[in-house]
Design a protein around this ligand. Structure first.
Ligand code: PEP
Ligand code: MN
Length: 346
């Protein structure tokens, strides 16, 4: 249930509403906007109806509505304005289009520092790179683990770029959160519920990737886990899904980006690298991502893609990445105009 409080309500009146909801055994989450307070109440059974009626009788309650979607906190009904996720000086979900870029894996000091400098110079705002790698084969490179995290921290120190890196298990969350600015949840872990619950308390923004066989609604339910457990800073990532098509590594569900923008207030990132699996397809699909209204892209770039320890075929070379950044500028300019227009009508 969503409860909007009257504009001029005092803090005490808001508190009265909160405690009334709790009396019915419902869980309370509130969003304090500049102009008004919106409260979300979650519960099951007849208590919800009784609570709704009790709240409607309170003068400081403007409206109390039951919502039908199961992903309540991440739905547009709960919050009409977009969530802005702050990562240092960078804001995702606002008026800037955000580029996250870097290698698939951290392979060593020289490789990650070179990558960081290259993507920073080309204009990216955040550095990606995996230190814990989810590989299909147990014999493939599994990542440098904590050593890799330390190298990422060094790259941040040198370039000032915030770090996006994957965490694969709930046991590793405190360690990765110590080094990273954004915790990435890989496609294979989208429904690792123990991990999602732990992220609720990790104190870092999350980049939640869509599972390769997951529906858009399942992605939203996974995001709901993280938000319901206390962390509102979630970004969603479309990274391609598995279909009968074999020309591309995955099928880029570009329509899902537009659908998600209608369904949720969370920022949406597109990953054209894993969505296509092919270097040549990354630039056109990146442009599509900007055009469809994603809030940012996450792109794989390697100083020497032929020698990459993972995902070399889909990694851009430094020159290709620099060209992509330049080629995206007219698209981003248009994107900014659209964002500004949407902000006026909101
Ligand atoms: C990655 O970002 O390198 C990665 C493993 O992505 P995904 O989880 O989308 O496969
Ligand atoms: Mn990869």
């Amino acid at each position: 249930m969503i409860i909007s409080i009257r504009r001029n309500a005092s803090r005490e009146e808001v508190e009265q509403v909160r405690s009334r909801i709790e009396e019915f055994g419902l869980k309370v989450h509130s969003i304090e906007g500049e102009e008004r307070v919106v409260i979300g109440a979650v519960g099951v059974g007849s208590a919800v109806t009784a609570c709704l009626e009790a709240l409607e009788a309170m003068p400081q309650v403007e409206k109390a509505v039951r919502i039908s979607v199961p992903y309540k906190f991440v739905s547009k009904e709960f919050r009409a304005t977009k969530t802005e996720v702050k990562i240092g000086k960078v804001t995702v979900g606002g008026s800037e289009f955000v580029m996250m870029a870097g290698p698939c894996s951290v392979e060593g000091e020289k490789q990650i520092l070179e990558s960081a400098e290259l993507v920073a110079k080309a204009g990216a705002q955040l550095l990606r790179g995996g230190a814990f790698k989810p590989r299909t084969s147990p014999y493939d490179f599994q990542g440098m683990a904590e050593e890799g995290l330390k190298l990422l921290a060094k790259a941040r120190e040198v370039t000032g770029l915030g770090i996006v890196t994957e965490v694969m298990s709930d046991a590793d969350v405190p360690l990765v959160a110590e080094y990273a600015d954004v915790l990435q949840i890989g496609a294979r872990n989208m429904q690792n519920f123990a991990l999602l619950k732990t992220l609720g308390k990790c104190g870092r923004p999350i980049l939640l990737k869509r599972g390769m066989s997951a529906t858009v609604k399942e992605l939203l339910m996974s995001a709901e886990y993280i938000v319901a457990h206390g962390n509102p800073d979630v970004m969603l990532c479309e990274r391609g899904i598995r279909t009968f098509e074999t020309v591309t590594r995955n099928t880029c569900d570009i329509g899902a980006v537009a659908a998600l923008q209608e369904m949720t207030h969370l920022p949406i990132i597109l990953d054209p690298s894993h969505a296509t699996g092919k270097r040549s397809l990354v630039p056109p699909v990146s442009k599509a991502g900007v055009a469809v209204g994603a809030d940012g892209l996450i792109v794989e770039m390697h100083p020497n893609p032929e020698k990459a320890w993972s995902d070399g075929a889909q990694s851009l070379s430094p020159a290709e990445f620099t060209k992509l950044m330049a080629d995206l500028q007219p698209y981003i300019a248009l994107w900014k105009k659209e964002r500004a227009a949407a902000a006026v009508t909101a």
